[in-house]
Ligand binder design. Structure first.
Ligand SMILES: Cc1cc2nc3c(=O)[nH]c(=O)nc-3n(C[C@H](O)[C@H](O)[C@H](O)COP(=O)(O)O)c2cc1C
Length: 204
């Protein structure tokens, strides 16, 4: 699969088959992640692959609490909106079934001591996370970048023994998709691109 095909079909996958993911494929997507650029090539990242069921159950509970707290209150409103309803249903499904996803990957970043840098923390690790998502897509594996569990960041750090100075930046469920990849719905590039000055658009 060429890189554009992977990019253009990289849907958020939130429904997974229970089939296990072979270890060599887990290594492959993680190695792709570690090929990403980072400020000063510091590579201040670590990845935790969680497959142990009791650990996944605990993380899923933290995630579910994040979902309930942030999105529970807008359930009726979201389901009444034809644009929002499919995303809401899909995200709700994941929130209820996270522990069943074969692999959960936590992307961790050393944020303290923070290097002398103008770069905000996320910029040091999200290129690696995106590499991981694209590599998974190229292998036919589904992923979605998630952050809702972070309402319990401290508890997640304790559960997994993540040391001081490190924090989790994303949780990526990984598995064989039980829904189609793509197509993507995005704002057309002409609408989000300005030329020379803010607001100056061009036709393509
Ligand atoms: C920073 C960030 C945080 C996200 N957090 C969550 C999350 O906690 N749960 C979730 O289900 N999806 C999460 N997503 C996935 C987005 O909802 C998804 O990428 C977006 O709706 C586009 O979906 P599509 O590629 O299927 O069109 C997150 C995405 C990003 C980039």
């Amino acid at each position: 699969m060429n890189v554009f095909e992977a990019i253009y079909t990289l849907r958020a996958i939130r429904r997974f088959r229970p089939d296990p993911v072979p270890p060599e494929l887990i290594w492959r997507v993680l190695e792709a992640a570690t090929m990403a650029p980072s400020g000063g090539n510091r590579q201040l990242w670590r990845f935790i692959v969680v497959q142990d069921r009791p650990l996944k159950e605990q993380i899923a509970q933290f995630y579910r609490e994040g979902w309930d707290r942030l999105y529970g209150p807008i359930r009726e409103q979201a389901l009444a909106d034809p644009n929002m309803a499919p995303i809401y249903r899909s995200a709700e499904h994941l929130a209820h079934h996270l522990a069943e996803v074969p692999v959960l990957i936590l992307a961790c970043l050393q944020t303290s001591p923070w290097p002398v840098s103008t770069s905000p923390p996320g910029s040091y690790i999200y290129p690696a996370v995106q590499n991981l998502l694209l590599a998974a897509r190229a292998l036919g594996l589904g992923t979605v970048l998630t952050t809702l569990y972070r309402v319990h960041e401290e508890e997640v750090r304790q559960l997994l023994g993540i040391p001081e100075g490190w924090e989790t930046m994303a949780l990526i469920p990984l598995g064989w998709p039980a829904q189609p990849f793509g197509p993507l719905r995005r704002i057309p590039v002409e609408e989000v691109t300005y030329w020379d000055r803010w607001g100056q658009k061009r036709k393509r």
